[in-house]
Design a protein around this ligand. Sequence first.
Ligand code: ZN
Length: 204
Amino acid sequence: MGGSTTSTPVTSGDGALARLMAGNKRFADGVPVNQGRDTLRRAEVAQGQSPFATILSCADSRVTPEVIFDVGIGDLFVVRVAGNTATGPVVQGSLEFSVENLNTVLLMVLGHQSCGAVSAALREREPHPGQIPSVIEPILPIARSVEHLAPHRRLDAAVEANIRAQTQLLADLAPIIGPAVSAGRLMVVGAEYLLDSGTVNLLT
Ligand SMILES: [Zn+2]
């Protein structure tokens, strides 16, 4: 293994999801094949890209989609922003580009355990310099929605609720992503990456 490309083409959201989850299992089990990261693959995709999935993930340095899904160059179209929020126009436009122009069949919102952006939203009264508040602001309604929980349960609950909220926002987003979902051309899913085990859990 470890050669150019080792996988058959993906043509459905289910197929793309199965490929991601199989790769995550290899990674979590410590037996990644690290496919598609060599000079052959580099040359192959220099002519054009055809990623099989699009991922909106947190910018956290530990949440690295190509690594945790054990895929290669050209396999994923990835947008990363702290807190994996889908509210910003540049984030939305980037995701729309991948659906409209690259025809990816799966869009995954990937949050993670112990997310610092979500944690900051839970401590909203702390002042933050620069543009950091603009990272936290979209997560504030979610943070408030878990205030009824015991303090030690709030972060996990808010991480999950944030993934669900961003996933729903995208699934309904006009005029590109929502209609692609309705037409059956695109699957949108939410998932959480666990930093300690390396596993990705789908939120259903
Ligand atoms: Zn994070």
